[in-house]
Write a protein that binds this ligand. Structure first.
Ligand SMILES: Nc1nc2c(ncn2[C@@H]2O[C@H](COP(=O)(O)OP(=O)(O)OP(=O)(O)O)[C@@H](O)[C@H]2O)c(=O)[nH]1
Ligand SMILES: [Mg+2]
Length: 568
């Protein structure tokens, strides 16, 4: 049944020997068509549509067919040359389509032809439309043509990367064509006609890079983070990972554990009498060093989280001080309602912003004051809650409040004394007897962490406030990464933390009960104790190895690569 059906289609559009129209899901990036039964009415409609279309637009390749030569359709595993659109679909100047695998050069020879020259001399015309063997790593101005009909699909650029010097480590061809729906569809459809090609799975290009050993897992994750970075600190952290800083730190950590393990194994192999006494001490010292390193990395996790997911900044203060005006200024839009009626904001309003390159989740809160209004009371409770859980607390005060004997409610003063927030004195444009010295006020009044005087209305003092606040945040959370330094603070993720925690437990077990007595002068450790201790070290090394992918980590690979988009 299938072969009869396939031969029917091939009368509409005969493929060249060796070329095969691919099955449905490889054919169209935009609208993968489901496999249909040969009897379906869809088939008849499709055939009649095909009759009037040029091969490039033909839908025939969406139907399952058979290889004219072998009579067999290749499985996905056999079609190990992959292709995909690597740029977002849509109208744009340029789109990049990647082909990676053993058949990449064959694709080039079937689909890249010399671009027509402006001059129309007979010689130039003769050259036009010819296929040619490219020099690797060189960009060619060319025409991208359909492999069978030779119809020109677009004119653009193409480059051939000869493996292993390519991203994936395999032969790779990139087509840089104009980004338009019809162009992309036609090029992707043309690629689907190759028997050995299939559409890449999400992240498959990067997976091949990992499998070829060109990137370790921390670098792969860095690449993913780099693509998804929203702020400069995230970009820096991702570059740090892509540049191998994480890899080197984890590899050196694993090296320390393995050195310790090798010393313990020497004791196991040669017996305690045969090895020097200080071998025990050295093994122990190395394990301790590794343990300290792991602890440092784990202690730094909050900073990593801040770089990755953002810092919480809560704006609080008495009513009418300009808190919502500040939020709107930071968000560069009217996110919060602003009126001159005290008590305008009732609930907590959150906006995520990029402040000085850091992702910051800013909350505007209800003004804190004594009130009998039930709704306002709830709002104030929520405000206090938001301030308590924020990393950065910023109190906004109206400058006029500072002249009063009791500038704000008792409750507010108590909070300020306890949490020592940053202080922003607002409305310095309004008429007050003498402009306040913000730092003086800060020190004298509530012992705040830093203070500025601004007018959110006129913009006075705001630049200084923004710059200094940004710097203070970076200092406090050490989020300025020095990418070049080997001992630069690392930005780790939850997966790294999980393995580090496991490693810490194994190291603790090694240094604790398992090896108890073994490394003491008056050693009472039995040979069994030493063997068990060695096991703990081996597990610790494995846990660190899992971070970089140095051990068998098949189960975690899928999770990581699934996060990527198709074409990466
Ligand atoms: N003169 C002057 N007025 C300002 C300044 N900043 C804000 N205002 C005004 O102060 C009033 C209160 O501003 P909001 O931003 O709503 O104050 P808030 O702290 O959010 O007040 P609640 O939501 O009631 O707690 C509005 O009329 C603002 O236009 C400033 O720098 N100078
Ligand atoms: Mg408000």
């Amino acid at each position: 049944m299938l072969s009869r059906w396939a031969s029917k289609i091939s009368t509409k559009h005969t493929p060249k020997p060796g070329l095969l129209r691919s099955s449905a899901h490889h054919a169209s990036f935009y609208a993968p068509a489901p496999r249909r039964s040969p009897e379906s009415p869809w088939q008849a409609r499709n055939n009649s549509v095909n009759a009037g279309l040029s091969p490039a637009w033909s839908l025939a390749h969406l139907l399952p067919s058979e290889s004219p030569s072998s009579g067999l359709v290749q499985s996905d595993a056999q079609r190990n040359t992959i292709y995909a659109l690597s740029t977002p679909p849509g109208k744009a100047g340029v789109a990049v389509i990647r082909v990676s695998g053993p058949d990449a050069l064959n694709v080039w020879q079937s689909m890249v032809s010399k671009s027509s020259k402006r001059n129309t001399t007979a010689k130039a015309e003769k050259k036009t439309g010819q296929s040619f063997v490219p020099k690797p790593w060189r960009m060619y101005r060319c025409q991208v043509v359909h492999p069978q009909s030779k119809e020109v699909l677009d004119s653009g650029l193409a480059v051939y990367f000869r493996g292993p010097r390519s991203f994936t480590g395999e032969d790779t061809v990139e087509f840089h064509v104009h980004s338009g729906r019809a162009i992309l569809n036609s090029v992707l459809s043309a690629l689907s006609t190759f028997a050995s090609l299939r559409l890449a799975e999400p992240g498959e290009f990067t997976r091949r890079t990992f499998e070829s050993g060109r990137l370790d897992l921390t670098e792969v994750e860095g690449l993913h983070d780099l693509i998804n970075a929203d702020t400069s600190s995230q970009r820096q952290a991702a570059l740090q990972a892509v540049g191998g800083v994480l890899k080197h730190r984890f590899e050196s950590l694993r090296g320390t554990i393995l050195r310790s393990l090798s010393l313990v194994e020497a004791v196991i192999d040669f017996g305690e009498e045969e090895v020097e006494d200080d071998v025990y001490q050295e093994a122990k010292a190395l394990a301790r060093r590794a343990r300290t390193d792991v602890q440092l990395l784990l202690a730094d996790y909050r900073r990593s989280e801040i770089v990755r997911s953002g810092l919480r900044l809560a704006i609080f203060g008495p009513p009418n001080a300009g808190k919502s005006t500040l939020l709107n200024f930071l968000a560069k839009r009217e996110a919060a309602i602003v009126t001159n009626i005290p008590g305008t904001t009732r609930d907590v309003l959150e906006v995520t912003l990029d402040l000085g390159g850091l992702p910051v989740i800013v909350s505007d809160t209800a003004g804190i004051r004594s009130t009998d209004d039930v709704v306002e009371k709830i709002g104030i409770e929520r405000a206090i809650e938001a301030v308590e859980k924020a990393d950065v607390k910023l109190c906004v005060l109206d400058v006029a409040e500072l002249d009063k004997a009791h500038p704000a409610s008792e409750e507010l003063i108590t909070i300020m004394r306890r949490i020592k927030p940053f202080l922003l004195v607002n409305k310095i444009d309004s008429e007050v007897s003498s402009p306040p010295q913000a730092t003086f006020l800060a020190d004298q009044k509530h012992g705040v962490a830093g203070a500025w005087a601004v007018s959110l209305r006129t913009g006075m003092g705001i630049e200084t406030f923004m710059n200094e606040l940004g710097m203070k945040l970076h200092e406090t959370y050490a989020t300025h990464l020095e990418l070049q330094r080997d001992d630069a603070p690392l930005v780790i993720n939850a997966r790294h933390r999980e393995h580090l925690t496991a490693a810490l437990q194994f190291l603790d077990a090694f240094l604790g009960q398992g090896a108890k007595g073994v490394f003491e002068e008056e050693s009472t450790g039995s040979p069994e104790d030493i063997v068990l201790a060695a096991e703990e070290l081996r597990y610790a090394a494995q846990a660190i190895g899992a971070i970089t992918g140095r051990i068998d980590v098949e189960d975690i690979l899928d999770t990581i690569f699934r996060e990527f988009c198709i074409g990466k």
